[in-house]
Design a protein around this ligand. Structure first.
Ligand SMILES: [Zn+2]
Length: 73
């Protein structure tokens, strides 16, 4: 099972930096994660949960378009 983008993880602001977000679990910045499961740390709760659910890292996916991850709400 694969998805093109993995962007439904909980995000939080970098303190004092309104335009930067990071995964609430592994603290990787959204621009680093870039919508990819492997952008999270191997021990990230979100990544582990999806991997356990049968999702794979999507090495063959198209490169994510910029601004995909943090334009929610
Ligand atoms: Zn994460």
């Amino acid at each position: 099972m694969k998805r093109l983008f993995y962007i439904d993880y909980p995000q939080e602001h970098f303190e004092g930096q309104a335009h930067r977000y990071r995964c609430a679990y592994c603290k990787q910045e959204t621009t680093h994660i870039n919508g990819k499961l492997e952008g999270h740390l191997p021990g990230c709760e979100y990544r582990v949960a999806l991997e356990n659910a049968g999702f794979e890292c999507n090495q063959l996916a198209e490169p994510a378009h910029e601004d995909m991850a943090d334009e929610v709400d």
